[in-house]
Design a protein around this ligand. Structure first.
Ligand code: HEM
Length: 358
């Protein structure tokens, strides 16, 4: 009896394993990859990059799983503004407010920036300055999803770091405010070639993490948004007693730290935190997609991985564009000379990678 239940358990774990492998290979084969990026970019120059990052993040999240949410959001804010070029990591200028000072970026976690630079230090210690900060952000976001219980997926690599950051206005013009309705979200995402399925899947990032009260209290005061569940509104008012309260709340009340499909179950129960969340269920164009993810977590995981791979390739710099920063928060001073030597090496590596994937 005991051995048959052990056998059953191992069959279940085998099935689970094969289903997660399936997700990974599907994402890999059906996600298009932009010129200049590669699935095996660091195979020769830094073969341990992914294991160094995952091992370190396991330690970080063991102490505080909340940091996973901060890292996932950092990648989103990097990619939507000026492309995934690590520009959000660059410290501000003296010539006026820049990307980091724009309102949506003020609530990025400070620790997320520190974790990225610590990972950069570990990776560069092992391999030299060959891995970009923007690739480290993309890998850290992937590991944040996976280590919180979400899908694992391959990340196309080879991004270069940008030389400039965006203005405050460009940052606002590219991110989406939490007050946005579905029309606004779909229009903005369309400018980045992301469709309504991507919009619903990527919003599922709100299955982990926290929000400051001020990001949604306009839905509570002076009157409660009629699309919000009454008990949910009452509890939020307790956590956020005034419109400008400094408090924070979890984004997904059912499983705040687990990367799962409960965010969509929240939406179906009118317990979405932001208008931008809840309206995805109110709007006829996206309602069925929300429902499909709420009832089928595997479908959500597969789509989330695909949409992340798509988002992670927005306007990337590759080859001899940009630089590989020696410090993620400041631009290099010697980039021309340095990049020329790295680029030579990678031209041959590209051909080698293609061989490996045959
Ligand atoms: C549709 C557009 C989106 C809007 C309007 C939006 C808005 C927001 C806002 C207002 C917060 C709370 C900030 C605060 O008050 O502290 C937040 C948090 C967060 N967002 Fe989004 N977001 C969007 C898309 C995304 C995407 C695409 C992802 C990732 C795939 C993402 C991942 C997160 C995460 C993980 C957090 C929690 C961060 C933490 O705990 O530090 N969001 N988002």
């Amino acid at each position: 009896m005991a051995s048959s239940s052990a056998a059953a358990a191992s069959i279940v774990s085998l099935l689970l394993l094969s289903s997660s492998l399936l997700i990974l290979s599907e994402a890999e084969t059906s996600a298009p990859i932009v010129n200049g990026l590669s699935w095996t970019f660091y195979k020769k120059s830094c073969p341990k990059v992914e294991s160094i990052i995952r091992k370190q993040l396991k330690k970080v999240f063991k102490k505080d799983i909340g940091q996973a949410a901060g890292l996932l959001r950092l990648h989103f804010h990097d990619c939507f503004v000026q492309g995934c070029d690590g520009s959000v990591l660059l410290d501000g200028s003296t010539s006026g407010p820049g990307e980091q000072e724009a309102i949506p970026n003020l609530t990025l976690r400070k620790e997320a920036f520190d974790i990225i630079d610590d990972l950069r230090l570990r990776v560069h210690k092992e391999c030299g300055r060959v891995v970009s900060c923007s690739d480290i952000v993309a890998l850290a976001a992937r590991d944040s999803v996976f280590l919180s219980g979400g899908p694992d997926y391959e990340v196309p690599l080879g991004r270069r770091d940008g030389l400039t950051f965006a203005t405050e206005q460009a940052t606002l013009d590219n991110l989406v405010p939490p007050t946005a309705n579905t029309t606004f979200i779909l229009n903005r995402l369309a400018t980045k070639n992301l469709d309504k399925t991507d919009a619903v899947a990527l919003s599922g990032g709100h299955t982990i993490g926290i929000s400051h009260c001020t990001s949604f209290t306009e839905r509570l005061y002076p009157t409660v948004d009629p699309t919000m569940d009454k008990t949910f509104a009452k509890n939020l008012k307790e956590s956020c007693p005034t419109i400008d309260s400094n408090n924070t709340v979890f984004q997904d009340i059912r499983s705040p730290n687990a990367f799962d499909n409960k965010y969509y179950v929240d939406l179906m129960n009118r317990q979405g935190l932001f208008t931008s969340d809840q309206d995805l269920y109110t709007d006829k164009r996206t309602r069925d997609i929300v429902t499909s993810f709420a009832v089928d977590e595997k479908l959500f995981f597969e789509q989330f991985a695909l949409s992340m791979i798509k988002m992670g390739q927005l306007s990337v710099l590759t080859g001899n564009q940009g630089e590989i920063r020696a410090n993620c928060s400041v631009r290099n001073t010697d980039n021309k000379k340095f990049l020329a030597s790295v680029v030579d090496e990678e031209v041959s590596e590209e051909g080698w990678s293609a061989e490996l994937r045959k």
